[in-house]
Design a protein around this ligand. Structure first.
Ligand code: IMP
Ligand code: MG
Length: 187
């Protein structure tokens, strides 16, 4: 067959689709309260946060703009990562309230770099909302205004998040059974 079944490399379910949907609704309600009367631009980080960004935006009861960035982080686990913008926003961010939506806050390298780049565009504010946070891995001073769940330092996949580009289509978030101690590069 040549196609790996989901369950061969995945461990237990850490978060069900129901748990995620409930939390996304709560976060959407908080964002709706906090950004009343503001010009909110939701910026999703491709590809891992695509599912979360779309669901979150639909839980926000405000006329928001949506845009996307893609960032590559090189040297994960070996040399210090130097992020690079693979895809920039199309929106003019000047004077607007930017909310970056990311799948996972791990070391914080990606988000601290990305938020600094976006602050150069003269926005009124830049905050972030992360679905998952691995608090013990954080080395950069990133403080998300919104965070879905704290998890231990497992490698995870599902709900948009990949393992070697697989499993993004799963509804829930699963632990990945890594073949070795190394974490695969991801986006
Ligand atoms: P950071 O720059 O170290 O905070 O890493 C954050 C990025 O690493 C996220 O945007 C994810 O793309 C990726 N990442 C971190 N942990 C995982 C994981 O468990 N599964 C999939 N991707 C991950
Ligand atoms: Mg990512």
């Amino acid at each position: 067959m040549g196609v790996t079944a989901h369950d061969e490399e995945l461990g237990r379910v850490l978060l069900t689709d129901r748990q995620i949907a409930d939390r996304v609704r709560q976060l959407g309600a908080e964002i709706t309260r906090d950004y009343q009367g503001r010009d909110l631009v939701i910026v999703g980080v491709l590809k891992g946060a695509a599912a979360f960004t779309v669901d979150l935006a639909r839980a926000v009861d405000l006329p928001v703009a949506m845009d996307w960035v893609a960032v590559s982080t090189y040297g994960r686990g070996s040399t210090p990562g130097t992020p690079r913008l693979l895809k920039d926003v199309g929106e003019d961010l000047a004077g607007r309230d930017v909310l970056v939506v990311e799948d996972i806050l791990d070391t914080g390298t990606t988000l601290s770099w990305l938020m600094a780049r976006l602050r150069e565009r003269s926005p009124a504010s830049v905050n972030c909302c992360v679905l998952l946070r691995k608090p013990h891995a954080l080395t950069e001073p990133v403080e998300p205004r919104y965070a879905g769940f704290d998890i231990a330092e497992h490698w995870v996949a599902g709900y948009g998040i990949d393992y070697a580009e697989r499993h993004r289509n799963l509804g829930g978030i699963h632990e990945v059974l890594l073949p070795s101690a190394a974490s695969p590069a991801s986006s």
